[in-house]
Design a protein around this ligand. Structure first.
Ligand code: HEM
Length: 450
């Protein structure tokens, strides 16, 4: 029994067998919020007879991610959803293996190296919007996926994927829906049965694998990986203590992890940015003024970042209200105490950026998009664990600096030229897949700034 002792956190009883699965399946965000409101900061519930603990207070989130981090691993739940695609990559590996891989990848994400990617980021963004004209309509979510993929592949792997970027977006959408609906479903048909969905999943996985193997084999054919400075060069030239290199499988897993983690979340952040700006013309105008005032139409460079406070505030606010990583999970590996409850090994603990970032105890007018809230030192006043779009502790996102520079450069490139308005009647619905995505994309009309 994962909860140890007499004290058991409150929570819904749910139906026998399925527990809270039905409520969470129809609307996971509302389901989690409902439980938090009704039962408080530590909630115990069941999904398909499996126990889950939902933490809904920064204090406990900080305990798990930072103060007592060694007592937790990535959860079985996370692994089940991602392993088929990411294998033992950085995102889900553990222990010494994870430490070694993280040490290895870290130099590619040092600030000076990341800032060095700025030029390619700006060139790629400029090329992507070269043909865009005022008056036309685009699915801005699809555009952001294609653009961030292009940037990730160019910077991290010095490669390109001409023509395939949009297909990657569609493959990712299908694979996320597929793996989550398998987890949430009471009936789990084995993956190797030839159902139409299983067959499509295999095709999409094979497509993604073929791209990653192509990136690797192009470089191997090149024969001089160490003369390049990118992430793939670091991964390929890294030697184990015994002098052996990564196996082809390890290289595949790490490359796939960076390939996906390196673009998917930033794409969603940018898609939600255009939506939020379109809904808030006064914010959009102030941002345009700040950007145009400093840059006068030229691309943003890393050195400009410290002089663009409103841009930072807009990015913070987008990541608060629309956190691309909206939920995290951990599994207890060493008994721990949180809020007076004892949790034993095997307990699955979840917590959600979506919930915490919208908690009125920590944010005034929590549901409104108000970048101004960040301009007077809010970040320093918030308790640890109240704002964590990039996670925290030793497993904090390795790509945070990369993502923020990229987002700033893309926002500056587009927001200096265009305003974006939602296409009439286009429904915008946040779909909590592995990342928080707009279910029907975001169709927007472009208006050129005069
Ligand atoms: C807005 C963009 C991004 C967001 C919101 C985001 C969010 C996160 C979060 C919340 C985690 C922690 C997961 C956990 O502890 O369970 C994480 C980890 C990670 N992210 Fe990001 N990320 C973003 C961009 C990126 C980029 C651009 C890259 C790579 C270029 C990247 C690579 C990774 C990797 C490899 C990890 C695992 C790190 C480890 O466990 O050592 N992410 N990210």
């Amino acid at each position: 029994m994962p909860v140890i002792g007499d004290r058991v956190p409150p929570g819904p009883k749910g139906l026998p067998l399925v527990g809270a699965a039905l409520a969470l399946r129809s609307d996971p965000l509302a389901g989690m919020r409902g439980m938090a409101r009704q039962y408080g900061d530590i909630v115990r519930f069941h999904v398909m007879m499996r126990e889950r603990i939902l933490l809904n207070h920064p204090e406990w989130i900080n305990q798990v991610l930072v103060a007592q981090h060694a007592k937790f691993h990535k959860s079985e739940l996370t692994r089940r959803i991602t392993t088929r695609m990411l294998g033992q990559g950085l995102l889900i590996s553990e222990g010494d293996f994870w430490r070694r891989q993280r040490r290895l990848a870290q130099p590619a994400f040092h600030r000076s190296r990341v800032n060095g990617y700025g030029g390619v980021m700006a060139e790629t963004a400029a090329a992507h919007i070269r043909g865009w004209r005022g008056g036309e309509e685009r699915d801005i979510a699809e555009e952001m996926t294609a653009l961030t993929l292009d940037i990730a592949v160019r910077t991290l792997f010095s490669s390109t994927l001409p023509g395939e970027a949009r297909q990657v977006g569609r493959a990712m959408t299908f694979l996320m829906r597929y793996s989550l609906s398998r987890q949430r479903s009471p009936l789990r048909i084995p993956e190797n049965w030839p159902t139409p969905k299983n067959r499509r999943a295999n095709r999409e996985l094979a497509f993604m694998d073929s791209l990653v193997y192509r990136i690797i084999s192009e470089r191997q054919a090149d024969g001089n990986s160490s003369s390049r400075n990118d992430l793939l060069a670091l991964l390929m030239s890294a030697l184990d203590e015994d002098g052996t290199q990564m196996t082809p499988q390890q290289l595949h897993d790490e490359t796939m992890t960076l390939f996906i983690a390196g673009h998917e979340t930033t794409a969603q952040m940018l898609a939600w940015t255009w939506y939020a700006l379109g809904q808030n013309p006064a914010v959009e105008a102030r941002l345009h003024e700040e950007l145009h005032g400093l840059l006068g139409g030229r691309p943003l460079e890393a050195a400009d970042l410290s002089r663009l406070p409103y841009l930072h505030a807009v990015m913070n606010e987008v990541l608060r209200l629309f956190p691309p990583a909206y939920i995290m999970a951990r599994e207890v590996v060493e008994s721990c105490e949180l809020g007076g409850y004892q949790f034993g090994p095997g307990t699955t603990i979840i917590f959600s950026q979506w919930l915490t970032h919208r908690d009125p105890r920590f944010y005034d007018d929590a549901e409104s998009f108000r970048p101004e809230r960040w301009l007077d030192g809010l970040a320093d006043r918030l308790p640890a664990g109240a704002y964590f779009p990039f996670g925290d502790g030793p497993r904090r996102c390795i790509g945070q600096g990369f993502a923020l520079l990229e987002a700033a450069i893309v926002i500056a490139a587009l927001a200096q030229r265009f305003r974006f308005r939602l296409a009439p009647k286009h429904p915008v619905v946040a779909e909590p897949l592995v990342t928080l995505r707009p279910r029907h994309g975001i169709r927007m009309r472009l208006e050129a700034w005069q």
